[in-house]
Write a protein that binds this ligand. Structure first.
Ligand SMILES: Cc1cc2nc3c(=O)[nH]c(=O)nc-3n(C[C@H](O)[C@H](O)[C@H](O)COP(=O)(O)O)c2cc1C
Length: 265
């Protein structure tokens, strides 16, 4: 019997290999493990050279291979493409993601324009001493949805309370359990689940952008056209609820007007 193993990649923005994020992620993995054919791999961004983006936009206007920065970025992206699901994890540094995570997101900006990880279930785990996980989760959720992945939930953990307060710890463990169940359900449902409102809305926003900027960004436009995305409701055939359809088509109209007035370049 062939067992279909699914690969989960944990993309960590922490430089501490056995730190707080690792501890919470391991608890998540333990809750998920029973009976599942999942394979885990940690990718610590800090182990790689990811130079800060210099803003030339060559990856967007031409292609990612033409990026003048030579480092590990494209090798990391190849590893992303091989995975079936993801955990993005970052500690809060000065109320935001770490610089390692931010550099990685900036350098993969072209993937927001030309998504390759469509429908892959993804969760976020963020740890902190006291504050800031809400902002980090919100930010990463936005990025994940724009990358076309399936955002499946997020968890912020205050590590002081987790270590010193038994009630908080127990509540957190219950939340991890819930998140593990949601992730497992999403992994079982596959890569073509019906998009939720925010996913459908984001798709229409980018579709509009591609149409308006097609002469300036022909590489992006060709990517979208070749895949049949320019006339689609979403990245893959699916049913969109009619209220979502109405709202997203109104957004498209409005956005097209605003973008044509010069609010995009
Ligand atoms: C440079 C730096 C900045 C930090 N900024 C914050 C912060 O703004 N708010 C906070 O509550 N904790 C902050 N922390 C604490 C970390 O978020 C916290 O210890 C986290 O759980 C570490 O996770 P890790 O062990 O997985 O790296 C900061 C820590 C460092 C080293």
């Amino acid at each position: 019997m062939v067992i279909d193993t699914k690969k989960i990649l944990i993309i960590s923005g922490s430089a501490r290999k056995k730190g707080d994020g690792y501890k919470i992620t391991q608890s998540f993995i333990e809750k998920l493990r029973g009976g599942n054919n999942f394979e885990w791999e940690y990718l610590y961004l800090n182990d790689y050279e990811i130079k800060g983006c210099i803003g030339c936009k060559v990856c967007i206007r031409k292609n990612e291979e033409s990026c003048p920065l030579k480092d590990d970025l494209l090798n990391i992206v190849n590893r992303l493409n091989e995975a079936d699901g993801f955990i993005f994890t970052s500690p809060v540094y000065s109320l935001a993601v770490t610089s390692q995570m931010k550099a990685f997101i900036d350098r993969t900006n072209y993937l927001l324009h030309r998504p390759t990880l469509i429908g892959k279930p993804t969760i976020v785990i963020s740890t902190t001493d006291l504050a800031g996980t809400k902002g980090v989760i919100k930010y990463l959720r936005h990025i994940i949805i724009t990358l076309g992945m399936r955002y499946t939930g997020g968890l912020g953990v205050k590590m002081g309370a987790y270590k010193n307060n038994e009630t908080y710890k127990q509540k957190t463990e219950q939340k991890i359990e819930k998140l593990a169940l949601a992730f497992k359900t999403s992994m079982d449902a596959g890569n073509q689940q019906r998009p939720f409102f925010r996913q459908a809305l984001t798709f229409k926003g980018w579709q509009t952008r591609m149409a308006v900027t097609k002469d300036k960004n022909p590489y992006d436009y060709a990517y979208w056209s070749e895949r049949g995305w320019m006339d689609a409701d979403y990245f893959y055939p699916t049913t969109i609820k009619w209220p979502t359809k109405i709202i997203t088509s109104l957004l498209k109209k409005r956005l097209t007007k605003v973008m044509k007035e010069g609010f995009i370049r």
